[in-house]
Design a protein around this ligand. Structure first.
Ligand SMILES: *Cc1c(COP(=O)(O)O)cnc(C)c1O
Length: 475
């Protein structure tokens, strides 16, 4: 009997066999994860599916090297191959995003933000203090100058988007180190429209005078006018930092251009590489020439040794994102998001801002008498994987919440189109209509008989028609 086995099948199957010889439980979990991902209809806005080439670039001996420093300037010997992939990742990234400089070392989005914060502090606070003390580096500072510098580093301000309006924990909130490093204030959205009010933001920035104005979000379903943000930052002498962790794929795919292109307007841009950008789990900083020397000191300032295997995978992912197909993918993400939003609106589901311009939709389920937590659990039981999320001014706080966040990057990678996303919207609405809270519980709920089963069956058919990693068959 002859069988045709794809190269991807051989690669992953063989890898799992090698792993299983040492620890079969790990091999089994990896195999099960593929089965689970394949069978679930994933609407988690921050997740995606990286290509086999990206995944395979991570699983090898590029992980074995230490390479602190930057290409050509390492603290370790024999880093020529790490140099090659890091340079390539950076070159692809600068070309892809039109940035002056790229630093592909951060291990995650949070790490990229930490690098950015410290680079901005180094450039704007530490460098002038060194000049004043007449020394070249902090080791040469006298004890008093050093003490003064440390105090002034701790005395800086950041203005970022509030968590409930869609900002991120790393934009100055107390549970994260950014909120302990900076004195923080946050801007929200207009309660009537749900949109950022740039006039109010300008007035707030003029009053607060931040060192850093942070733009970017995890749960804002509309475009951000980065040109307006730039003007505001310039007026108050702030560095404009954009965290495009969520929407980097839309920037790479040229869906966000002109005033909405963060790289064209910000001093420093941070991102993850695994969300809409569809690369390996990791982070990156892009910046202007002015900030490049400070950003390049991210390791060892706040980062450990770079992950050579992940930088290799970043280079592969960025090469993929430079292809014309990626622009088409990015446009389909947004088309799908709109189709999903329109279907939900037709069914009377309340959406924050009344719709979407990007890859995500934020549904407010409080009108149906549910918390986000109940809606998330009811949808999950019905085969739809979403995550609960606060809505602006959320009375249920960030744990129970009143919203569910939906995103289309992952389903778009699987090849679903607008008709299917409209049907997914209808399925969601069916479940939400059939779900009721038990008493005044924020957690317990019940779904009318048969609805979860019916929805789960249909969701399985929809994803079944769009196989995930179609070349990969594990036995
Ligand atoms: C996801 C996200 C991050 C964090 O990324 P990790 O890779 O999980 O550290 C940072 N900022 C924003 C805006 C995000 O959405």
């Amino acid at each position: 009997m002859t069988t045709t086995t794809s190269r991807e099948s051989v690669a992953f199957q063989t890898a799992l066999e090698v792993i299983a010889e040492v620890e079969p439980t790990v091999a089994a979990a990896i195999g099960q994860e593929l089965a689970d991902q394949r069978s679930s209809l994933k609407l988690i806005a921050s997740e995606n599916y990286a290509s086999p080439a990206v995944l395979l670039a991570m699983g090898n001996w590029m992980s074995d090297k230490y390479a602190e420093g930057t290409p050509g300037r390492r603290f370790y010997a024999a880093c020529q191959n790490i140099d090659a992939v890091e340079r390539l990742a950076a070159d692809h990234a600068t070309a892809l995003f039109g940035a002056d400089h790229a630093y592909p070392q951060p291990h995650s989005g949070i790490d990229a933000n930490l690098v950015a914060f410290w680079a901005i502090l180094a450039h704007r606070v530490e460098a002038p203090a060194l000049a004043e003390a007449g020394v070249k580096n902090v080791d040469a500072m006298g004890a008093e100058d050093w003490a003064r510098l440390r105090r002034s580093l701790g005395d800086q301000r950041m203005l970022g988007m509030s968590l409930d309006a869609g900002g991120h924990l790393t934009h100055g909130f107390r549970p994260n180190i950014s909120g302990k490093m900076f004195e923080q204030a946050s801007y929200g959205t207009d309660p009537a429209t749900g949109l950022i009010d740039y006039a109010a933001l300008r007035a707030q920035a003029q009053e607060f005078r931040p060192l850093i104005l942070v733009a970017g979000y995890s749960a804002y379903p509309r475009l951000v006018d980065f040109a307006a943000m730039r003007e505001i930052a310039d007026e108050v002498g702030a560095t404009l930092m954009v965290d495009m962790a969520h929407f980097a794929g839309l920037v790479a795919g040229k869906v966000l251009t002109g005033d909405f292109d963060p790289v064209a307007h910000a001093d420093v841009v941070t991102t993850t590489t695994h969300k809409s950008l569809r690369g390996p789990r990791g982070g990156m900083v892009l910046c202007t020439e002015e900030y490049a020397p400070s950003v390049d000191r991210g390791c060892p300032l706040v980062l450990g040794g770079p992950l050579g295997n992940v930088m290799a995978a970043k280079a592969v992912a960025f090469a993929e994102a430079r292809r014309p197909e990626f622009a088409d993918y990015a446009q389909r993400i947004v088309d799908n998001s709109r189709a999903l939003a329109e279907a939900l609106l037709r069914r009377g589901v309340t959406l924050v801002t009344g719709g979407t311009d990007n890859h995500l939709v934020l549904a407010d389920v409080s009108g149906a008498g549910l918390t986000g937590r109940q809606a998330e659990a009811a949808l999950l039981e019905s085969g739809l994987v979403t995550n609960r999320n606060a809505v602006p001014g959320d009375p249920n706080g960030p744990w129970y919440t009143s919203g569910v966040r939906l995103g289309t990057p992952a389903l778009t990678t699987r090849g679903l189109g607008t008709a299917e996303l409209a049907e997914v919207g209808d399925l969601m609405a069916d479940v939400l209509e059939a779900t009721t809270a038990e008493g005044d519980s924020k957690v317990k709920f019940r779904i009318a008989d048969g609805v979860a089963e019916r929805t789960r069956a249909r969701a399985a058919e929809i994803v079944g028609a769009h196989p995930l990693y179609p070349g990969v068959e594990l036995v």
